[in-house]
Ligand binder design. Structure first.
Ligand code: GLA
Ligand code: ZN
Length: 676
């Protein structure tokens, strides 16, 4: 199967700028008084570091509108002109992430209300109500003014909408919108009562006005309500984003828009939010330690890069990363030599077309004064970090070819926010160890280690073009997901499911007639019970003459047509199916009944990879801590080989020869692309 519509090369994010964007958050508004010296020096240093783009205005509302209706764009005019004169792209932000004090004081409705129904005081950031008509009016006014002022400006390249949308608001206005959302979704209170199973504990609603967002002071046990509140909150952000976008799309339709995401942040379904973005972007802050632990960190962050790329199925922006220490980590460890280069190349390897930082210059005060920056308080280019950044800048100049190159993944791993929300809410099974995200990453790890490109998608994206689809713990089935998986297998795809699959429908109601609900037929099984194991306790899966440890969850499975490949080794269910495969249409559906450490997944997916002939980025056995990732434009393949260990590692790279990878080295090898 091939992906018919997926181009091998995408246009650059900024039209007419076919280079990797290199730069990051720049706060000249903190230095207005010193602009004659500092701003000038900033430009000199930026160019010296090979920086070609700076993100401005992110938290600049107070500088742009210090008093209501009194706009001060003079300083930003100067900054934008300065960027243009120096050949730099401006990633221009809308300032809604934080607002001036006068606004909160005059219009307290803009302040967020927490789940205890208490209104916040002014301060911090991400502290606004998403429904407030006043806040919406004010953001639209300033966004309009920005777009009108800079629509023709040669520096304007990308709109950076707000900053890291997060949190939720429980004010009366938001409650009202929540009820409207539910009315539209369910049509009647009867339907809502049924969908949420409200007869439980006498929780039935007799009037819409009784519906309130979940709160520790009130309702938290109606799982359907909890889920719909999260979905509603996502819709609030989508709606707010679109509201911010209105004037920008009207006045500057040619400029791509994004908002910076946070990997697997739990509060917003990013697949849904991404539908509104032109390009996905995210802020990546791995905690490198300089030890073998970095391998684990690398896997987690590779996963998040792949996830962000998959949101739009095209290259993304690494909107922020730290060129050195990250101040909010418990230990603000410095990057070891080579690590800055490595983390930047890692993002590129997984589909980023930008390497951007927080922050360009360290501020003198407040809470981020010790966060890593390109320019330190010391103020010159004579620092180790500056030289690291400049080295990235030099290398990126030779990597124009990568801009727009695609990731040819034939494997998709399902990671779905709705599943995660429902799993996080479960009372039962192994409450403290449902570990959805970690479980998905356990499966991802095997592919990372073998250098097999993977897309990370949710359960309602199209499965067309994939050979292998893996859905760990697909506990909740959203409307259409089971059908889509069924069709995928029927047409010849290979599907892998695990314990805790197909228990509840989209409103968190358990399926009647046996688990895995509507996937019973595809998987050819019925799961009658599930055993939760105490920490340290284990069973085993006996498969192909080997015994693999099973822990946490053991699903008690009956075959209903599936072939039994592996069985449990002990306890009262010894000898019963633990690993099955079912032929369905032209494809196969596997079921792994128990949680297993990586050894089993390694062997299992290696076998599947061979059977399905899934290509690897590099035809080589990769030593521990090394991954290979691939980008291609259809003519040239760019193979990234990344060493996440503090050791020199010898790699037999087949036709590419023997290669000694230095500690934390990122090696990029180009070769003609084979037909795909
Ligand atoms: C986030 C924010 C930035 C900054 C960095 C620090 O990603 O978007 O404004 O606070 O964290 O790591
Ligand atoms: Zn509100």
């Amino acid at each position: 199967m091939s992906k018919p519509d997926k181009p091998l090369r995408f246009p650059p994010i900024v039209a007419g700028f076919p280079h990797v964007l290199h730069g990051g958050d720049y706060n000249p508004d903190q230095w207005i008084q010193w602009k004659d010296t500092i701003w000038k020096e900033d430009m000199r240093l930026a160019k010296l570091a090979g920086i070609n783009s700076l993100s401005v205005g992110i938290f600049a509302w107070a500088a742009l509108e210090p008093r209501e209706g009194e706009y001060h764009f003079e300083w930003l005019d100067e900054v934008m002109n300065m960027l243009a004169e120096n050949g730099m792209i401006a990633v221009l932000a809308t300032p809604s992430g934080a607002r001036p004090g006068w606004m909160s004081r005059k219009y307290p409705e803009v302040l967020r209300v927490n789940e205890y129904r208490r209104r916040n005081l002014h301060g911090g950031r991400h502290n606004h109500c998403l429904s407030s008509p006043l806040y919406r009016e004010k953001t639209q006014a300033i966004n309009t003014a920005l777009a009108e002022r800079y629509h023709n400006h040669p520096a304007l390249g990308v709109w950076h909408i707000s900053n890291e949308y997060s949190g939720e608001c429980h004010c009366p206005l938001c409650q009202e919108r929540f009820r409207d959302y539910l009315k539209e979704k369910y049509g009647s209170l009867e339907a809502l009562n049924e969908a949420w199973w409200t007869a439980f504990w006498s929780h039935s609603y007799s009037d819409w006005a009784e519906v309130e967002s979940p709160s520790p002071m009130g309702e938290t046990n109606t799982h359907g309500l909890n889920l719909d509140w999260k979905r509603f909150t996502t819709e609030q952000f989508v709606d707010f984003y679109l509201h911010e976008l209105g004037p920008l799309k009207r006045i500057t339709p040619h400029v791509p828009c994004t908002t910076n995401l946070m990997g697997t942040y739990p509060g917003i379904d990013y697949f849904r939010l991404a539908e509104a973005l032109d390009v996905a972007s995210w802020d990546s802050y791995p905690q490198w330690t300089g030890t073998e632990k970095d391998i684990e960190t690398a896997i987690q962050f590779s996963f998040k890069h792949d996830l962000t790329r998959s949101l739009k199925a095209k290259p993304f922006m690494l909107m922020e990363s730290s060129p050195s220490a990250t101040n909010w980590r418990p230990v603000a460890k410095l990057h070891r030599p080579n690590v800055h280069m490595l983390q930047s190349m890692q993002a590129l390897a997984h589909g980023a077309d930008t390497v951007q930082y927080f922050q360009f210059r360290k501020g003198r005060g407040a809470s981020e004064k010790f966060h890593g920056a390109v320019v330190d308080h010391q103020g010159t280019e004579n620092t180790r970090v500056f030289r690291d950044v400049a080295a990235v800048g030099r290398r990126l100049k030779g990597l124009d070819g990568i801009v727009g190159a695609s990731t040819p993944a034939k494997t998709a791993l399902i990671f779905d926010w709705h599943v995660r929300w429902a799993l996080d809410d479960i009372k039962g099974l192994l409450q403290s160890k449902n570990n959805y995200e970690q479980t998905v990453i356990e499966h991802y790890r095997v592919f990372w280690k073998q250098g097999i490109p993977v897309d990370v998608i949710d359960s309602v994206r199209s499965l067309e073009g994939y050979d292998l689809v893996i859905a760990p713990m697909l506990y909740l089935l959203r409307d259409g997901a089971a059908e889509s998986i069924g069709n995928f297998v029927k047409q010849g795809g290979t599907f892998v499911a695990t314990y805790v699959t197909g228990y509840v429908n989209q409103t968190d109601l358990c399926y009647q007639g046996g688990f895995p609900g509507p996937l019973k037929e595809v998987l050819g099984i019925w799961c009658e019970e599930i055993d939760a194991l105490y920490p340290g306790e284990s069973n085993s899966i006996e498969w192909q003459g080997k015994s693999y440890r099973a822990c946490d969850f053991c699903e008690l499975v009956h075959s209903r047509g599936a072939e039994v490949l592996g069985v449990y080794g002990s306890d009262f269910y010894a000898g019963r199916p633990a690993l099955t495969v079912n032929s369905y249409g032209k494809g196969k559906a596997y079921f792994i009944g128990a949680r297993t450490p990586v050894e089993f997944l390694d062997d299992f997916y290696r076998l599947l990879g061979k059977e399905k002939n899934i290509p690897r980025a590099l035809d080589a056995e990769l030593p521990e801590g090394i991954t290979a990732q691939l980008r291609t434009d259809g003519k040239t393949d760019y193979t990234f080989v990344l060493n996440f260990t503090p050791k020199t590692v010898r790699l037999d790279a087949g036709s590419r020869g023997i290669k000694d990878l230095a500690p934390y080295e990122a090696w990029i090898s180009e070769s003609p692309a084979p037909p795909r």
